[in-house]
Design a protein around this ligand. Structure first.
Ligand SMILES: Nc1ncnc2c1ncn2[C@@H]1O[C@H](COP(=O)(O)OP(=O)(O)OP(=O)(O)O)[C@@H](O)[C@H]1O
Ligand SMILES: [Mg+2]
Length: 337
């Protein structure tokens, strides 16, 4: 059964179409990951389903309730942890948790019990009585998460919960999310970390330009791609032009499905090939052309490959493009076979 059903959502901000006919079903009890480049529409989706903003068109059903008509009812079922941390600076963390408990009308005995549990579970006791204005990014993130969990929501919505956290804090949060799922909480999280979605999520969707472009279990999406992945490095690759020449040479080898220049890794070439035999063929071609192979490695499809297939670029490319170094979208598209 679906706990969340989003149908044909549209949302514009002025001239920007943030959501463009987005539909999504989130099964009850799942840990659902939303992956997508900056500006794809993840936060807008999460804010709509958490009833913070309304869509221009489309429907939002949460636990069988129309969230646009009954936002107050729906809000009781949801814990929302926003992307931007907006914590009061004057109050202490514990005071903020009390305040949050009162917002949700939790009786004071239960509230205090829950607060004590969360302080322990999220390892916050050392600093929870300090003013929140003095907290580090990771401390704020944990306090935010505690606020979202205080009323024991049926659905926990997390917008990039572990961004900027150290490895230890990240794994504390991952563990907590797994425990919550085990206890029956449905969790929806957005992330830029492929490994986060890969290791946590049982279902996922890739969003791009305000719509879902791939969805399913991570394993299923990887299997759908088929083929073997090969990463090839040749000594000459000191710039894109050089790797481009080798790419052209290999593009016509039988059994090569796709070649992409990976700028993030020394202009190496990422290939999708039909099977292992093709790797021998590649080596023969390179030997004939007297191009020495520096390294060649083979792997099963990863989520990054799923992402590449769905969006025409790697997640790394998408991030670089946003930094404004250059618009790689077209280039990546044209560098695909
Ligand atoms: N309040 C707003 N006013 C104007 N434009 C907005 C507003 N909120 C979102 N947008 C625009 O809508 C689009 C989708 O934004 P959204 O925040 O949903 O993306 P996102 O997938 O969460 O990205 P990120 O990974 O960077 O957090 C972007 O182009 C963004 O600039
Ligand atoms: Mg966002």
């Amino acid at each position: 059964m679906s706990l969340v059903e989003l149908k044909n959502l549209k949302k514009e901000f002025g001239t920007i179409a943030a959501l463009n006919d987005l539909s999504l079903d989130i099964p009850e009890g799942s840990l659902y990951g939303l992956l997508g480049p900056n500006g794809a529409g993840k936060t807008t989706t999460l804010r709509i389903l958490s009833t913070l903003i309304e869509p221009d068109a489309g429907s939002v059903m949460i636990a069988g309730l129309d969230a646009i008509k009954h936002p107050r009812e729906v809000r009781k079922q949801i814990g929302y942890v926003a992307q931007e941390v907006s914590i009061d600076k004057i109050l202490t963390g514990k005071e903020l948790l009390h305040f949050q408990g009162d917002l949700y009308h939790i009786n004071s005995e239960l509230r205090d019990k829950r607060i004590a549990e969360l302080i322990k579970r999220l390892d916050m006791s050392e600093w929870i009585d300090r003013r929140a204005g003095t907290y580090s990014g990771g401390m704020k993130r944990r306090l935010d998460l505690a606020c979202g969990l205080l009323h024991q929501p049926k659905l926990l919505v997390l917008d990039e919960p572990t961004v900027g956290l150290d490895i230890e804090s990240r794994s504390t949060i991952w563990q907590l999310l797994e425990e919550l799922r085990f206890q029956g909480t449905t969790i929806l999280l957005s992330s830029h970390y492929l490994e986060e979605v890969e290791s946590l999520a049982d279902q996922m969707a890739i969003i791009d330009n305000g719509r879902v472009i791939a969805e399913g279990a991570p394993e299923y999406l990887k299997q759908q791609l088929g083929g073997d992945r090969v990463t090839l490095r040749v000594r000459e690759f000191s710039n894109e032009l050089e790797s481009g020449k080798v790419k052209d040479l290999l593009a016509n080898v039988e059994g090569v499905r796709q070649i992409v220049v990976n700028r993030a890794q020394g202009f190496s070439l990422n290939l999708v090939v039909d099977n292992e035999l093709v790797i021998q063929r590649l080596q023969t071609h390179l030997n004939k052309a007297e191009i020495p192979i520096f390294a060649i490695s083979q792997s099963r499809p990863s989520l990054d490959d799923v992402y590449l297939q769905a969006t025409g670029r790697t997640l790394m490319d998408a991030e670089l493009a946003l930094v404004g170094k250059r618009d790689k979208k077209q280039e990546s598209k044209s560098s695909m076979r």
